[in-house]
Design a protein around this ligand. Sequence first.
Ligand SMILES: *[C@@H]1O[C@H](CO)[C@@H](O)[C@H](O)[C@H]1NC(C)=O
Length: 528
Amino acid sequence: MQITLELIVLSLWAFIPSALAAFGVTTSSGKLVVDSGAGLVTTVNTANGDITSMLFNGKQLQDSTEFTQLSSGLGSATVTSSVSNNIAIVTIRTSTITHYYIVKSGINTLYIGTYVSAEPTVGELRLIARLSKSSLPNGVMKNGEYVSEINGATAIEGSDVFLLNGQTRSKFYSSVRFIEDQVHGVTGSGVGVYMIVPGVGYETSSGGPFFRDIDNQGTAQQELYFYMNSGHEQTEAYRTGFFGPYALAVTTGSVPSGTLDTSFMDNLGLQGYVPASSRGTVSGSYSGTLSGQPVTITFNNSAAQYWVSGSNGQFSRNLMKPGQYGVTLYQGEIAAATGSVNVNAGGTSSITLTSSLSRPSVIWSIGTVDGTPTGFLNANNIEWMHPSDTRMSNWGPITFTVGSSSASSFPMAQFKDVNNPTTIKWTASSSQIGARTLRIRTTSAFAGGRPQVTVNSWTSSAPPAPPSIDSRGVTRGTYRGINQVYDFTIPSGTLIAGSNNIAINVISGSSGDVFLSPNFVYDSIELF
Ligand SMILES: *[C@@H]1O[C@H](CO)[C@@H](O)[C@H](O)[C@H]1NC(C)=O
């Protein structure tokens, strides 16, 4: 058979399409096709804004039946595009949402901005990329496991926590604290797709620096998320406005920089977008926090939230929208001081914060006053395992002996149905008895769970129920809720020189089963 020159040219063309493809947007019936000119070709459905195809050097990254979209799809939307100065903008509009996909010539990244004037009726705001499982089989890995891979798994709680090959799995276990979340992604052979968090941070989201939300779930698709807000143990009100710019970056596998240069977007006229030149800075100093504890300073109001780490008593946070902000100084994850500051465009304001967190001179303590259960039994696994996971250590009930037990044997959480009570044995000297305070700090609670204590033959009164959050808590991979402090005033004559028995019980007017029974998470216990 004779091979024509034409056939040779055609087959060469098939091998190197992206090298020859031109940057720009082409429209045809029902779709827009955006070509980065560098290998990424993205198709958007003009009826509803779904991304229906993402070809990267000829490899299909988008799932073919479930698409990439806001929420679970917008139903219908108005989709338009424009190209100028080597920047392509696809704009997707509904009555309350303006969503942008922006592509720069020569860069395989979708720069994304989402403006909402109202919270979506589904009660959360997220971008979900439902990607091809065969092209991108590898989801978020922690401790060497794909913690959010649930394909073929059996649901064990709330249709979102599963058991797969003897291990508990959940999309919640892919989450990391906002303060650490800069880039998260999924990979396959020769390809990676990464979500890059905005350079201004989770500015329009809610929950502060220690909140965490879903990044990934492996089903028949490989789901990659940017959660803008949700009720996943949310402690604050939602914000509306412009979320981003964030990005979906496609690489040949390497992790892209978590720092997104979005300065080119300052002049694009995006709805709700505030350019760097209209933002301000707060610098300041702090003192009085426990040495060895990370320090974070947060700023928030109804429109925005920011944070920055402190170091050597100093901090400086830039790129804040103008306005008045409440300021909180955190020792670990516990509030130690508050203040208020005004941010002006182009200016630098200052504030001084001094910890007012109570630091009693203790007779003994268990754990650290840091708003986390770090160091306690099972605390190292709780962020990526259900408490029922067989890899968890036995929850007890635990008996802890002051002076000989280590903090790692003290339970990070106490469940009414599982490990109730926790007993503390303490041999006191004659100078240590008398009227004392037992202080129990907790980081979250579920179903009204709070502690009540019995010291020898004396039982404390029952503290009122903690503020409730409309969410499951510690069973979905987080210890972070609303910090509480319970001070139990032990009357004189209760403690004895010699062996004392302190029982901590979970009490609640509500009920639930096993790990969904009333519970709370410990931060620390102090006796003084
Ligand atoms: C600001 O942060 C504080 C401390 O976390 C919180 O109690 C408050 O609800 C937040 N305010 C807003 C408007 O989110």
